[in-house]
Ligand binder design. Sequence first.
Ligand code: ADP
Length: 260
Amino acid sequence: MEESNKVDHSKNIIEVADVSFSYDGREDVLQNITLAIHQGDYIGLVGPNGAGKTTLLKVMLNLLVPHQGSVRLFGQDMRDFEEWHKIGYVPQKLANFDANFPASVFEVVLMGRCAGKRLFQRTTEADKKAVLDALEKVDMREFKDRLIGDLSGGQQQRVFIARALVNRPEVIFLDEPTAAVDREAKDSFFALLQKLNQEAGLTLVLVSHDIRRLTQEVMHIACVDKTLTCHISPEEYLAESESSDIGGKKVKILTHHHHN
Ligand code: ADP
């Protein structure tokens, strides 16, 4: 994937500086992580299970507070940041959404719109329009009245993206978004992400185990294994992996220690 000239390297959307994090004072799960994500970037976070990828996402979203280092969002210190509508999040657990949950597609997307509002506040025309626009962007508008539980994994994931898009964010974080997407739907799902990145200029931060696929899709790969072990282009990543190939993909990832 060629790097799009739409990436504006002068604009940092997220700056993680020397961040260390541990759960309840235990051993560090993240250690001295420094990473900048630019406007228009499409970045894949990779690393073995338990490497701290989800934890890093949560630190960048202020859902977890590091004991060392700082995070800046849109040039502002996290602690002063208030423009949360600029950030969308598709968490991993949505993939295990209760299939019997009796909500329509429209309602699920509306929930994203209501986040931060008082519960049961009346739905406005603007809310409705925002929901339909978001569904349009993921090609799911015609499904608006269907029950979320009746959709396929790939269709549900599109709805969850619409839910993240409904407040017109500038960046979206996706944690293992293809876990519940079947093989045939994966291509169109990644095509949707490309469209959002290329045409809408949305910055994307994607955690995925599917490294082969990620290297075909993203502009940058960041390898996390407690520390940041690399931050390179997919081409460099593949070249590095091949030169140190001693026994399959898993080993390559585990032994990947390129310091940048
Ligand atoms: P990844 O997303 O790369 O699989 P995680 O960020 O989920 O990794 O987890 C990193 C480490 O932190 C793992 O050892 C995991 O067991 C631990 N961990 C994750 N969440 C919690 C939690 N809520 N409390 C304690 N430890 C946790």
